[in-house]
Design a binder for this molecule. Structure first.
Ligand code: FES
Ligand code: FES
Length: 145
């Protein structure tokens, strides 16, 4: 068994240490707000915060996160200013990419509370959105500052 800290709580999981964190979150812990997109670190759908930094959980092995703080979309409880701004701006279409985008934005704002638009766009560079809602997402994040 491996002990993890997820959303402020201690969890024990049975997965092999090489298992991608994404599978552990979704299949063992039921935290399905973190999405499987490309599965190889290219799309951002699976981003979670690891010690406050937005990272792909699909290509991060369980062994890497032992002793680190993991935050998933569920850990924000819909209360983060970024989430409220995305709703206010009706920024999501299908929403599939959105939990990963939220994580990138939360990570950015935790380090830089007043990012310029260019900094927001750079922070979201690794988050793909097939619906093309990027401009509304950027406006929402600027509003959340
Ligand atoms: S599913 Fe992890 S980056 Fe695409
Ligand atoms: S809102 Fe559909 S993929 Fe982004």
């Amino acid at each position: 068994m491996t002990e993890l800290e997820v959303n402020g709580a201690r969890q024990r999981v049975a997965a092999h240490p090489d298992t991608p964190l994404l599978y552990v979150l979704r299949n063992e812990l039921g935290l399905v707000g973190t999405r499987f997109g490309c599965g190889n670190g290219q799309c951002g759908a699976c981003f979670v915060l690891i010690d406050g930094r937005a990272m792909a959980s699909c290509d991060t092995p369980l062994s890497f996160v032992i002793g680190k703080r993991i935050t998933t979309i569920e850990g924000l409880e819909g209360e983060h200013a970024v989430q409220k701004a995305l709703v206010k701006h009706q920024a999501a279409q299908c929403g599939y990419c959105m939990s990963g985008i939220v994580m990138s934005a939360v990570s950015l704002l935790s380090k830089n509370s007043k990012p310029a638009e260019s900094e927001v766009r750079e922070a979201l560079d690794r988050n793909l959105c097939r619906c093309g809602s990027h401009n509304r997402v950027v406006r929402a994040i600027l509003d959340a500052r």
